[in-house]
Ligand binder design. Structure first.
Ligand code: MG
Length: 246
């Protein structure tokens, strides 16, 4: 039975830690500071950090807290966070990515907590868009009408059902452990991509803040129980294919 691959984008298919995440971080902080500010003055850094981390813990994504408590429109938050002067100049990925995806057997689906416009730009930049039968960006991660990005189990359940209902056939390839943990608990297979993890970077939509990411980095020496296969590059994924599919 051929696998159905769900590929994360940032820090899985390309090196977002290099320049994209630092830019998203500062964009997101500026946006949150404006929203939380009073009398025309932006909120201070301590206040911004408390909101980011608090909402992340409570809702799994800073974005969801900003929507729920500050009447922020998701589209406004995502647009502000993903505003770059020169995105192509900020992107880099492992060599031969194109050929690797071409050789990988099975259906491939992009599953990213990033917004569609940005993820489309990144895929196009690397010439990868035609490898994916579906492109699921954060805007379409809705369950019962509510925005439920990764690591939402409701979202993953919905995706498994939509693609045949057999979780064992579905493989999530990701850098974020919380997402792999959710996938594993539903019976999906999991590949942890550690090659681009660094200590102090953030994820899109505030789903993997500095603290969470640093904790993931600290675990890269081991293979946590929610991880079937740990790789440092997609190239390594090929060496692990038989182990993963057994
Ligand atoms: Mg990622």
């Amino acid at each position: 039975m051929s696998p159905i691959w769900f590929f994360d984008l940032d820090n899985t298919l390309h090196d977002a830690s290099h320049r994209v995440f630092p830019a998203i971080n500062s964009n997101m902080n500026a946006f949150i500071a404006d929203v939380l500010g009073e009398g025309g003055a932006p909120a201070d850094a301590a206040c911004v950090n408390a909101a980011r981390i608090g909402y992340l813990r409570r809702y799994g994504a800073t974005l969801l807290g900003m929507v729920r408590h500050h009447q922020v429109r998701p589209a406004d938050f995502l647009e502000a966070a993903h505003r770059f002067d020169d995105l192509p100049a900020m992107l880099r990925a492992e060599r031969g990515l194109d050929a690797l995806l071409a050789r990988l057997p099975g259906q491939k689906i992009l599953l990213t907590n990033a917004p569609l416009r940005y993820s489309t730009d990144v895929l196009r930049h690397f010439g990868l868009q035609h490898y994916f039968t579906h492109h699921i960006a954060i805007e379409s991660m809705r369950v019962h009408g509510r925005l439920q990005p990764k690591p939402s189990k409701a979202l993953l359940r919905k995706l498994i059902a939509r693609h045949g209902g057999n979780a064992r056939r579905c493989v999530l390839v990701e850098d974020t452990l919380a997402n792999l943990k959710a996938a594993k608990s539903l019976g999906m297979r999991t590949v942890w991509m550690t090659g681009y993890l660094r200590g102090s970077v953030s994820g899109q939509s505030g789903t993997a803040p500095a603290a969470g990411n640093a904790a993931d980095v600290a675990k890269t020496r081991k293979r946590p129980p929610c991880v079937d296969v740990k790789v440092q590059s997609l190239k390594q994924l090929f060496d692990s294919l038989s182990r993963l599919m057994r």
